[in-house]
Design a protein around this ligand. Sequence first.
Ligand code: SAM
Length: 351
Amino acid sequence: MVLVRGNSWQLALASRLPVEGPAHTCASWPAGHAVRWALDQPEPAAFHHVPVLLEAVLEGLRPAPGATLIDATVGGGGHALALLRAAQPGGRLLGIDADPAALAAAHARLTAAGLPPGSFVLHHGRFADLRAIATAHGFDTVDAVLLDLGVSSHQLDTPQRGFSFSAEGPLDMRLNPTGGPTAADLVNRLGEHELADLIYRYGEERASRRIARLIVERRRQAPITTTADLANLVLRAVGRGGRERIHPATRTFQALRIAVNRELEQLEAALPQAVELLRPGGRMAVISFHSLEDRIVKQFFRAESGYGGSANERPPRLTIITRKPIEAGATEVAANPRARSARLRVAERCA
Ligand SMILES: C[S@@+](CC[C@H](N)C(=O)[O-])C[C@H]1O[C@@H](n2cnc3c(N)ncnc32)[C@H](O)[C@@H]1O
C-alpha cells in the first residue's frame, strides 16, 4: 500500500492503486498524470449515475457466459457491472474512459461487486484509440462493444467540471481534465465567425451569430471564465424564449462541450474500429443523446449494412438489429429524466 498525504478520498484512491498485485488487473489505470490529477482533487460527492436503457442494452448485446466485452465509456461502471455479471462464469471486460474520476468510480464499483479476479481491466484513454487500447490488453476479438456517449450525471452535476449552466464553476468542460484546451480557451480565443459557426454547427443554435457577437464584445472588457458568465451572456443574447422548455444556454453549452472534446470526430473514429474488433455474430450498441450523434450512428450502421444499395464497395459487415432506435419508456424517464433523450442502436457483425 502506498501512503499518500491527503483527505479520505485521496487515501481511498491511493489504496486502489495497483501496487500490491491487486485482485483485478488494472495495468494501465490510473497512470501518470491522470493519477496526479485525481489525487489533487477535493473530495467529491459520491459518484452518481444511473445507467440508461440497461435492460435494452443487455437484451441487445446478449452477453453469454465466457463473453469478452468492451465498455468504451465505462463511466461509473453501471452498464459494465451488469454486462460482466451476465457474462459469468468466465466473462472478461475492458472498460475505457477519458475521465480519471469515472475510472476511480468504476474501479470501486466493480471491485466491490466481488467479481472473479482478473475479470476486468480499466484503461484511461479515448475511444478514438479503441483498437490500439483493446489489442494492448489482449481484447483482439470481442463479443460485444458498448458506447454510451456524452457525459455522466456525475460530471454534469460537479460544478468544478464546468459542464452545467445551472451551477457556477470554471468554464472547463473537458472529459479528461488532465490536458487540452478548455471551453474558456475556445470562448476567449476563437474569432467571432469561428465561434458563431461552432455554436451553430454543434448546438444547432439559430441565434449563434448574436451570441458570438456578444461574447466577443464582453471579452474585450474581461475574459469569460465561469459557466455563469457564459449562461448570462447567452440569456442576454437570446432572451427567455417564449415556449421553449429548455434553458436558452443549453445549445451553446452542448456546442462547446462537443468542440472541446471533439466528440463527433471521436465517434466517427471509434465506430469502424468497434466493427473490426467484433467476432462474427458479435454485437455493438451505441447510446446517443442528441441528433448529431444519432445521425452519425444511423448513417454508419446503414452504410455498413448495405442499406438501400449503399455505395460501399465491400460486402456488408453489419446487420442492423434495431430498425428504429430504442427509447426509454415513461417509467424510466420519470425515475431518470436524463434517459429522456437517449437513443439506443444495436448492430451485429456479419460472418
Ligand atoms: C454517459 S457516461 C457512461 C456511463 C456508464 N455507462 C455507466 O453506466 O456508468 C459517458 C462516459 O463516457 C466518457 N467518454 C465520453 N467520450 C469519451 C471518449 N471519447 N473516450 C473515452 N471516454 C469518453 C465520459 O467521460 C463518461 O464517463
